[in-house]
Design a protein around this ligand. Structure first.
Ligand SMILES: C[S@@+](CC[C@H](N)C(=O)[O-])C[C@H]1O[C@@H](n2cnc3c(N)ncnc32)[C@H](O)[C@@H]1O
Length: 346
């Protein structure tokens, strides 16, 4: 057998990591998915899963229909994420339209921009800005835009963020208890938990996730050190005697902390307040929410806008994913879509 030549400076490709079983389970071992190997992506998607490092856009045909984009339109995607919705919307505004994509995540945003540029969308067609959507009016002003013809906001976290254990969003894998969409700002969830008094943590669990055991959980958790997702999950399991309730409890507590760490409700309230000035007359709006705290805010703001004449019409009911979409993408299960059309100018 030929021996490696010690004087050869050519770097060798890394050896594939071995994993147990037929399919990789840990995030890093899913190297073919993370490298966007087309055959692997197709296989994983066909099995009803989201390939690691990607995100499947939710309610896409319904959103296309609501936004009814025309060539030359300016559209804001307030939560660019993986760019799934954006990539599907961009062709409709060609050749002179502009899609303005915002996201707070400094880690995923450059990858998304590179992917969208590689699909053939240059800066004249796609402007990408790292910004909280609460700052949409400022971004529009910096670009000299009077407003947009359409806006999409697909709230919460992307699958890339959720699945990467290093981001600390998921109770299903171990990593630092961080949960920041922008890890360069604010404090991680571990620091928040360590610093909150029990009554504040209880309020947060109740308001952000409708947690029915907010007070006993807060009494046991507040002020304690949980440096990793696994340490918090273990504590929640120990505090939840009924095994059937454990996953739901973890889901609610992780959701409540994520919302608090990223100040998600105040960002959404700002977006909803600024929408009338950001949408051009006749402009169309689609907002995807994933839990009751978000949907309540959107429903209330749109109803108020209809009553005061800001909006000409709004969704009278939420739109939910079809059984076929739920089967193909179980992560769409809690999605609710609402829409509104800005009144024409008087
Ligand atoms: C559900 S994903 C969007 C997925 C996207 N529609 C797609 O098809 O790929 C939500 C994205 O919104 C971003 N995000 C959450 N809150 C934000 C905020 N206040 N301002 C800007 N981006 C935000 C997250 O970082 C995440 O990338």
């Amino acid at each position: 057998m030929p021996q490696p030549d010690a004087s050869d400076p050519t770097p060798r490709p890394p050896r594939r990591k071995r994993y147990v079983g037929r399919n990789p389970r840990s995030f890093q071992d899913k190297y073919k998915e993370l490298r966007l190997d087309p055959a692997t992506l197709a296989k994983v998607t066909a099995s009803g899963k989201t390939p690691a490092g990607t995100h499947l856009p939710i309610l896409l045909p319904e959103i296309r229909q609501i936004l009814a984009l025309q060539p030359g339109d300016t559209v804001a995607d307030a939560t660019l994420g993986y760019g799934g919705h954006a990539a599907a919307l961009l062709p409709a505004i060609q050749p002179t339209g502009l899609l303005l994509g915002l996201d707070v995540d400094p880690l995923e945003l450059p990858r998304t921009e590179a992917r969208l540029r590689a699909l053939g969308f240059p800066p004249a067609t796609l402007a990408v800005h790292r910004s909280n959507f609460a700052g949409l009016p400022k971004v529009l002003a910096s670009l000299g835009l009077p407003g947009v013809n359409a806006l999409l906001a697909d709230l919460g976290v992307s699958s890339m963020q959720l699945d990467n254990p290093a981001r600390g969003f998921s109770f299903k894998s171990d990593g630092p208890l961080d949960m920041r969409l922008n890890p360069q700002r604010g404090q991680p969830a571990s620091a928040l938990l360590a610093s909150l008094p029990p009554h504040k943590l209880a309020a947060l669990l109740h308001e952000n996730a409708d947690e029915p055991r907010a007070f006993p959980l807060a009494d046991a958790l507040a002020g304690n050190s949980f440096p990793t997702t696994r340490s918090l999950t273990a504590a929640l399991h120990a505090l939840t005697p009924d095994p059937a309730e454990r996953e739901l409890t973890c889901r609610r507590v992780f959701q409540a902390l994520r919302i608090a760490v990223n100040e998600e409700f105040s960002a959404l309230d700002s977006l909803l307040r600024h929408l009338p000035q950001s949408l051009l007359p006749g402009g169309r709006l689609a907002i995807l929410t994933f839990h009751s705290g978000e949907d309540r805010r959107v429903k209330k703001a749109l109803a108020l806008g209809l009553a005061n004449g800001t909006y000409e019409s709004i969704a009278d009911q939420v739109i939910r994913p079809s059984p076929a979409e739920l089967h193909a993408n179980p992560r769409s299960s809690s999605a609710k879509l609402r829409w509104a059309i800005r009144a024409p100018s008087p």
